[in-house]
Design a protein around this ligand. Sequence first.
Ligand code: 5AD
Length: 349
Amino acid sequence: NHDHIKYLISYVENEHTLSKEDLITLLNSEYTDEICKAADRVRKKFVGDVVHLRGLIEISNYCCRTCYYCGLRVYNKSIKRYRMNENEILQCAKATKDAGLKTVVLQGGEDKYFKIKDLCNIVEKIKDLDLSITLSIGELTTKEYADLKKAGADRYLLRIETTNRDLYKKFHPNMSFDNRVRCLMDLKELGYEVGTGCLIGLPGQTLDMLAEDILFFKEIDADMIGMGPFIPTPNTPLENKKGGNVDLVLKMIALTRLLLPDINMPATTALGVKAENGYLQGLRAGANVIMPNMGLNEYKKLYALYPGKTSDDGSKVVNDIENIKKLIISENRIIGHDKGDRKKIWKNP
Ligand code: 5AD
């Protein structure tokens, strides 16, 4: 068994492909360290030591959706809602540039108040600062994605959350898995760099499903993958469920790096919240991106996807820019100074 696992790890390190059965074997194994070390070597070989910083601006916590795990779901009446105005967003984008970052990520709940025309306007103004723009504002129409692309948006993040249709249906009432895939296909077609990803440790989620998630990322040739542990959130239907396991998250990150060697992959906030030294652990498991929160302090605590995101709920996660820069240096990695586009090196066979 030991020899078989060793063989699988060296195979995937060289070939960047693996069957679902073999993925499950590795996800089920106790060889997290060995898998992460292989992923770290592949990360170094394909994307180097640079860690790209993406300035995250959480523009609105209004959301019309009802995702069972998320604190921003429309039925959560216990949180105060906010949306940033254009001036505030531009001010944060400027601060992001001043901190030396080259990308802003505008993320928000599915807030129908924002008109696409207004968002296009904001995108155009941020482009004038010579920054790359990533959007993460959920499911839109093909035309809306096209308009935003034309306005200057470069990348888009839309996690599939889980590729298992039954699980997807269970945790996303009144949403359509097919429409979500349609969105990802549209975004690819329109020339966005596309990011997706999944939650790890959802109630009822199996290793089989997680292996399928990784194969899906490869199949759609995702440019970016964000993954983190499911964290139970008060005032949601899953508030009393068990959260995701850090060891499993690290194996998922590492295996994703091994199968998609040249993508950009963040050590996510959720991993930072859930694990001791979560960002470091992520960076050592194949991640090469961190997304410091560049929003306004008064809003950070209101963007309550899950608990522990800010220091005022007793969290030890350090996601301010100065601490993150120190962490990267202390790890003998290099802070990125260019836009950090995906450089496609590996051709999916
Ligand atoms: N735990 C972990 N991640 C969550 N997200 C939403 N709610 C939670 C939670 N309770 C993730 C989703 C979403 C991203 C912005 O945050 O995967 O795509």
